[in-house]
Structures are given as C-alpha cells and as structure tokens.
Design a protein around this ligand. Structure first.
Ligand code: ATP
Ligand code: MG
Length: 136
C-alpha cells in the first residue's frame, strides 16, 4: 500500500522528540517500514530540497538540515501521504493547529521539526534518494 517519507529534522532529534513523533504515527495505525539516523552532507540536503533551490531561504534551509543528525523513515498505510501531512501540520508553525506535531512543538518556520512528502510521486523520489538500497 501507500508509503511516505518522513524525516525528523535536527532540532526534533536534539530536543528529544523522536519517540513522540513515532508514537503519533504508530497510534494512528501506520506501519514503520524503514528507519535510520544519519548526518547528511550539504549536497545531499540540496538534492532533497532541490525543488526549493530558487527560494531565498534555500541556503539557510540546507544549513539547518546539515546542522545535526536526522531520522529518516518510511511509513506505510492507506492515505499515509496526505494524512501524514495532517499529523505534521502546516509548514509555518504560526498556522499549524494545536494537536499537530508542528502546532504542538515549534514556533519558527525555519525550525519546524519534521518533513513529510507532499505527494505520492515525491514520496517515491525521496524514498529512492534516502534508501537507495531499498527497504525490507
Ligand atoms: P517539508 O518539505 O520540510 O515537509 P513543507 O512541505 O511543509 O515542509 P516546503 O514548502 O516544502 O514546506 O518547505 C520546506 C521547508 O523549508 C519547510 O519545512 C521549512 O523548514 C523551510 N521553509 C519554508 N518556508 C520558509 C521560509 N519562508 N523561511 C524559512 N524557511 C522556510
Ligand atoms: Mg515540502
């Protein structure tokens, strides 16, 4: 069934939110297919966010992602791409509803804890990038 790519960003790891984030996806009923903690290179972070390369914040976004280890995960389940985005909440924490991950844990768009694929096709691309050897 459907899969999505979820990444806990360096601030989420540093602040000890890995367990809570995994718990929210598990309790919803999604299945954790793959997971690894990695410190990525600048060029890799640029590739992951290549769609945003023309944005003014691209440089600081890349700095943020390489600032410490991240937790990369593949989650599976019916509608997991769209529902995963709902669990995460709006991009800007000022607009994320309480009860969402960003709504509950952050205040700055530039440090918003977590990434989730925005479409089934981008999920496929991101999973291929982050898990090039495939997943079990
Ligand atoms: P993500 O792709 O990380 O799940 P998103 O899909 O909600 O987030 P995007 O538009 O893809 O939002 O932006 C990617 C990331 O770039 C955001 O999560 C945020 O960390 C950062 N970002 C977005 N807009 C801004 C901004 N105006 N200023 C600083 N950083 C931003
Ligand atoms: Mg995005």
């Amino acid at each position: 069934s459907e899969v999505t790519f979820i990444m806990i960003k360096p601030d989420g790891v540093q602040r000890g939110l890995i367990g809570d984030i995994i718990c929210r996806f598990e309790k919803k009923g999604f299945f954790l297919k793959a997971m690894k903690m990695v410190q990525v290179e600048r060029s890799f972070a640029e590739k992951h966010y290549s769609d945003l390369s023309t944005k003014s914040f691209f440089g600081s976004l890349v700095e943020y992602i390489v600032s410490g280890p991240v937790v990369a995960m593949v989650w599976q389940g019916k509608g997991v791409v769209a529902t995963g985005r709902k669990i995460i909440g709006a991009t800007n924490p000022a607009a994320s509803e309480p009860g969402t991950i960003r709504g509950d844990y952050c205040i700055e768009v530039s440090r918003n804890i977590i990434h989730g694929s925005d479409a089934v096709e981008s999920a496929q691309k991101e999973i291929a990038l982050w898990f090039p050897d495939g997943i079990i």
